[in-house]
Design a protein around this ligand. Structure first.
Ligand SMILES: Nc1ncnc2c1ncn2[C@@H]1O[C@H](COP(=O)(O)OP(=O)(O)OP(=O)(O)O)[C@@H](O)[C@H]1O
Length: 349
C-alpha cells in the first residue's frame, strides 16, 4: 500500500466511515420488514416491477436497478432480499459514491490487523464477509472507481475475496444487487465503466419509473405517508382538496422522496389537522391561483362561490384591458351590465 493511501486511511477511522455512510441491516430487524408490499403504487408500470421483482427474488441472479433518484431502488433491493431464500441472512448495503475511493477497498474486503498505519490491531472484516450467505447491495455503483471495478469483477467471477494485507482468498457466497441513477451503458461507451462488469451485474435489469409518469399514484403515496405520520404521532391530519390538486399537478423531480419531504414539512406546520396550500412549498403552489381561490371558498354555498368567481373574473378583465368597453367586450357583456356588476362588488373602474 502506498504512503498516500496509508495517510488517508489513518486520517479517517473505519468507524467514522461506517456510521456516516454505510447502512447495514441484520436478520432480526429485517424479519419485521415486508417484501414488495413496501414498493407501493397502483400504476400498471409499478405493478409490473412488483411482479418482475417477486419472480426474480426466487433466483440468485445479480440484479441492476436503474432509475431516477427517489424512485425506490433501495426499496426494491430490500424487497428482493426479503422475498428470497436468503431473507434470514444479512442484507448489507453500501453507498459506493459516499465512501472515499481510498477507503472503498478496505470497506468492501476488510483488512488484516496491522496491515497499514491506522489499521486496528485485530483487523476488520469487510462488507462482503458481513453479507456472506445473504445479499450485498451496492448502491450508486456508477460511482465506483475503475480500479475497484476490476476487483469487484474478480469477486463475481471467482466467488472469493482477499482482505487488504491478507494472505489468501476467502470463499464468499453473496447475491449481488446494484443500483444507479446513471446510464451505465453510456458510461461503458465513454470508458468510465467496465463492459465486462456491466454484463455481470445486469443479468437482470429493473428500470424504475418516475413519479410524474404515474400521476394517479401521487395521492396514494402522499396519503400512505401521512397515515404513517398519523399513526406515529397519534394524530388525524388530512389533506385539503386544494392541496391534493396541487400535489397532483407538480412534476416531482425528486420523486417519492421529494413527496415525502413535502408531506413531512406540511405535517409539521399545519394547523387544525388540515394540510392546505399554505403548508406547501411555493414551487408547488406558484401556478395554482385557481386552487387557492377554490380552497378559500370551499366551505361556501354555491351562490356565494359563484359571486367570488364572478368578482375575480371582473377584476382580471379590468386589469387586462385599457378601457371599460374593451373589458366588457372581453367578458362578452354590455358596458351597462359591466357597470352594474362593478357596483355590486364595490369595484373601481
Ligand atoms: N414505490 C414506492 N413505494 C413506497 N415508498 C417508496 C417508493 N418509491 C420510493 N419510496 C420511498 O422514497 C424514499 C426513497 O426511496 P429509495 O431510497 O429506495 O430511492 P432510490 O431510488 O434508491 O433513491 P437514490 O437513488 O436517491 O438513492 C424512501 O423513503 C422510500 O421509502
Amino acid at each position: 500500500m502506498d504512503a498516500e493511501m496509508n495517510r488517508k486511511l489513518s486520517a479517517v477511522s473505519p468507524e467514522e466511515v461506517e456510521t456516516d455512510t454505510v447502512k447495514q441491516e441484520y436478520g432480526e430487524r429485517m424479519k419485521k420488514e415486508k417484501g414488495f408490499e413496501n414498493f407501493k403504487g397502483n400504476d400498471p408500470k409499478i405493478r409490473h416491477i412488483r411482479e418482475l421483482g417477486q419472480r426474480i427474488a426466487r433466483t440468485d441472479f445479480p440484479v441492476l436497478i436503474t432509475g431516477e433518484t427517489g424512485t425506490g431502488k433501495e426499496v426494491i433491493a430490500r424487497a428482493i432480499h426479503m422475498e428470497s431464500g436468503r431473507s434470514e441472512e444479512p442484507f448489507v448495503a453500501i453507498n459506493c459514491g459516499a465512501i472515499p475511493a481510498e477507503l472503498l477497498e478496505s470497506e468492501l474486503f476488510g483488512y488484516e490487523g496491522g496491515s497499514f498505519t491506522g489499521a486496528k490491531r485485530q483487523g476488520k472484516i469487510g462488507k462482503f464477509e458481513m453479507a456472506n450467505k445473504g445479499t450485498f447491495f451496492l448502491d450508486e455503483i456508477g460511482d465506483m472507481p475503475l480500479h475497484m471495478q476490476v476487483k469487484l469483477l474478480r469477486v463475481l467471477q471467482e466467488h472469493e475475496i482477499e482482505r487488504v494485507g491478507g494472505s489468501g482468498p476467502i470463499p464468499i457466497d453473496v447475491r449481488i444487487l446494484s443500483a444507479t441513477r446513471m446510464n451505465l451503458m453510456e458510461m461503458v461507451q465513454a470508458g468510465t465503466f467496465r463492459e465486462d462488469l456491466y454484463y455481470r451485474l445486469a443479468v437482470v435489469n429493473i428500470q424504475t419509473v418516475a413519479l410524474r409518469a404515474c400521476p394517479e399514484d401521487i395521492i396514494l403515496h402522499a396519503s400512505d405517508y401521512l397515515d404513517e405520520l398519523n399513526r406515529q404521532y397519534k394524530t388525524h391530519v388530512d389533506l385539503s382538496d386544494g392541496a391534493r390538486r396541487c400535489l397532483k399537478a407538480h412534476s416531482w423531480p425528486g420523486n417519492v422522496r421529494e413527496l415525502q419531504n413535502v408531506i413531512s414539512s406540511a405535517y409539521a406546520t399545519c394547523e387544525d389537522s388540515l394540510i392546505t396550500l399554505d403548508n406547501l412549498p411555493k414551487i408547488i403552489t406558484v401556478n395554482q391561483k385557481e386552487e387557492r381561490i377554490m380552497e378559500d371558498i370551499e366551505h361556501l354555498p354555491l351562490k356565494e362561490k359563484m359571486n367570488r368567481f364572478e368578482k375575480m373574473l371582473l377584476e382580471e378583465a379590468l386589469r387586462r384591458n385599457k378601457s371599460m368597453t374593451a373589458a366588457a367586450t372581453s367578458l362578452g357583456i354590455e358596458r351597462s351590465l359591466l357597470y352594474k356588476k362593478l357596483k355590486k362588488y364595490h369595484l373601481k373602474e
